[in-house]
Write a protein that binds this ligand. Sequence first.
Ligand code: PMP
Length: 306
Amino acid sequence: MQTTDFIWFDGKMVPWADAQVHVLTHALHYGSAVFEGIRAYACADGTSAVFRLKEHSQRLLNSAKILRLNIPYTVDEISQAILDTLKANKLKEGYIRPLSFVGDGEMGVYPGNNKVRTIIAAWPWGAYLGPEALEMGIRVKTSSFARMHVNTLMSKAKAAGNYVNSILAKIEAKEDGYDEAVMLDTNGFVSEATGENIFIVRDGIVKTTPWTSILGGITRDSIMKVARDLGYTVEEQQFTRDELYIADEAFFTGTAAELTPIREVDNRVIGAGHAGPVTKHLQKEFFRVVKGENPAYADWLSHYTF
Ligand code: PMP
């Protein structure tokens, strides 16, 4: 990865190399941490903008509430710290990773009075699923690992521990020669991918899985709004893996993955085997929105300069 100069750490900007913790950090042992993934884009007017900054800061606090982690900052304070981190690192574009975690102290599972610590890092990060993925689409495998039952881990929290499930699925998919895994929920319906939500298109209708066993993706929310504004019918409805196999089009959404077309699932070619017309339309519009080229969505952008 490409490093940058500074990481915001408990309210102070510290040099990248000095942002260290003790090996007995509670979160390192038990996954007691919550995080965010956010992107900033260079805009046509010469400024940069963080996409849906407030919503990401709010989701961080919501994740912390679910885990009973006390983050001593408000949404506005976190949002400001994110902008400060981007400016300190002179990043016109990049990926931002806030993380709040239970620090060292007591070693039991009960986090007790261990201090909750917060960092914000930011660095340049191109297309998450590879440079060709956005254009050509990716090959996906249905995972042998189910997404967590809604009462096993809390999918609406972007919690570090939840990602053990994602790591298992991702390693399996990569080792079997696929780009990404799609997971089913414990009832057998399509849930989400290891770091993305999923959409299908059939007979012109755009469908995504309901907000049950999934993380409430901010890209998912944005795409649903943009698609509706473009006149598409959008449904949040359960679907099965075989409905995915016979979809006209399919794609993933996520901050890192942006809008990535799916060209194959379990060795079945989806549609024409490349990004379909609705996928392309939504992807094009998504990139216009995040780069400030569509004024109708101006309130989704927090502009900054340095
Ligand atoms: N699901 C999971 C499991 C994720 O990790 C992510 C990435 N944050 C998403 C969905 C997509 O969420 P967003 O669009 O807010 O990045």
